[in-house]
Write a protein that binds this ligand. Structure first.
Ligand SMILES: [Zn+2]
Length: 362
């Protein structure tokens, strides 16, 4: 033993000096020795799945330093998708699957693994708020009002509201009124025709307009407002694929806020948002509430958007399913709406003949 130890030290020193010298000349790859280092003084280890020859006595720390091994730190995201500081997973450098001292000398066949940290989204907490006043739901599918509990999900670290769900408590009150809503306009062809019919029959209705069309045809939005119609936000450019709620959170917010700004410029005090395609989830409700809006959907869809739908089919589809409190989805933009225009007088007459009033959503 007494003889062996100094000898081993000498070999270690010789080996390391070769290692350092080669590494200094040509960087990391120099550690992968082929011919320069005599085979009797190298040992073979696996680093990140590749074989590496190192002098005996090389430590775990030597290889980490000379190979520049560094795990990528995992990031922590808040519920809105922003990186937040703290609580990051630093990842790990493992020797044979274990955390080991950097001074550990490597043995033949040792494996060094670089484990990147995992990305994580903060946990959420859920709270329940009792809403005392009678109100429509959010999303609003019909004109019924009820008392609701608001179930609010927040990021446990950031406190950001991640989602809001409305849960009606107790019974609903349903008015003997119906709301006609028109999406995807304004259209220079169809919006004036629909407005003329609504004005003639004194029907207040609701238009969910596309922001970029409102910017292109501001006078049509002004005409809607002047005629006593309610004008809501239907996004800036109607993205449909992927579904609206699957867009980047920043895009969802800007689709809504740019349209709000455009409508405000035209004199509209916007309270309503209808997502393209009716796409919604609790996160959308949280985002729209933060912008002072509530989500309005519908419970009667006569499919006036389907190619080839006739006026008779559209009117019949509305009148067969309309009931007190119904919100009817029609379209004044997005295609040939002549059948919708032709169906409108029949729809208005039919609904009134059931003893139901027509009103706009505010
Ligand atoms: Zn639409």
């Amino acid at each position: 033993m007494r003889v062996h130890l100094p000898l081993r030290r000498t070999l270690v020193a010789a080996g390391l000096s070769v290692l350092v010298a080669v590494a200094a000349i040509s960087g990391r790859d120099a550690l992968v020795s082929r011919r320069r280092v005599p085979p009797q003084i190298t040992i073979s280890v696996r680093v990140r799945g590749a074989t590496l020859q190192v002098p005996p006595g090389t430590t775990f720390g030597d290889v980490i330093r000379l190979q520049g091994l560094r795990p990528r730190a995992g990031r922590l995201f808040d519920v809105d998708g922003n990186v937040i500081a703290g609580h990051r997973d630093p990842g790990a450098l493992l020797l044979d699957g274990r955390h080991s001292s950097l001074k550990t000398p490597l043995a033949p066949g040792d494996r060094i693994r670089v484990v990147d940290g995992t990305d994580r989204t903060e946990a959420t907490t859920t709270g329940r708020v009792h809403e005392r006043s009678w109100a429509p739901g959010d999303p609003e599918f019909s004109l019924s009002v009820a008392r609701h509990d608001e179930v609010i999900t927040r990021g446990a670290i950031s406190g950001e509201v991640a989602g809001i769900s409305f849960v009606p408590t107790g019974r609903a009150k349903t008015p003997r009124t119906v709301a006609l809503t028109f999406d995807d306009g304004p259209s220079p062809t169809y919006t004036p025709q629909i407005l003329r019919l609504l004005r003639r029959d004194r029907v207040p209705a609701t238009f969910f307009v596309i922001g970029e069309l409102a910017q292109r045809y501001p006078n049509l939005v002004r005409a809607e407002l002047r005629s006593g119609m309610s004008v809501g936000n239907h996004s800036w450019d109607h993205p449909e694929s992927p579904p609206f709620v699957d867009l980047e959170p920043a895009r969802v917010r800007s689709e809504i806020s740019t349209t709000n700004a455009e409508l405000a410029r035209l004199g509209d005090h916007v309270h309503l948002f209808r997502p393209p395609g009716g796409s919604f989830d609790p996160s959308l409700v949280a985002v729209t509430q933060a912008q002072g809006l509530r989500v309005v959907l519908w419970d009667v869809d006569p499919r006036d958007w389907a190619p080839g739908a006739s006026a008779r089919q559209i009117a019949r589809a509305v009148l067969e399913s309309v009931k007190p409190g119904a919100v009817v989805e029609l379209h004044d933009g997005g295609g040939d709406r002549s059948a919708t225009v032709a169906a409108l007088p029949k729809i208005i007459r039919g609904i009134r003949s059931m003893g139901l009033r027509l009103r706009a959503i505010r």
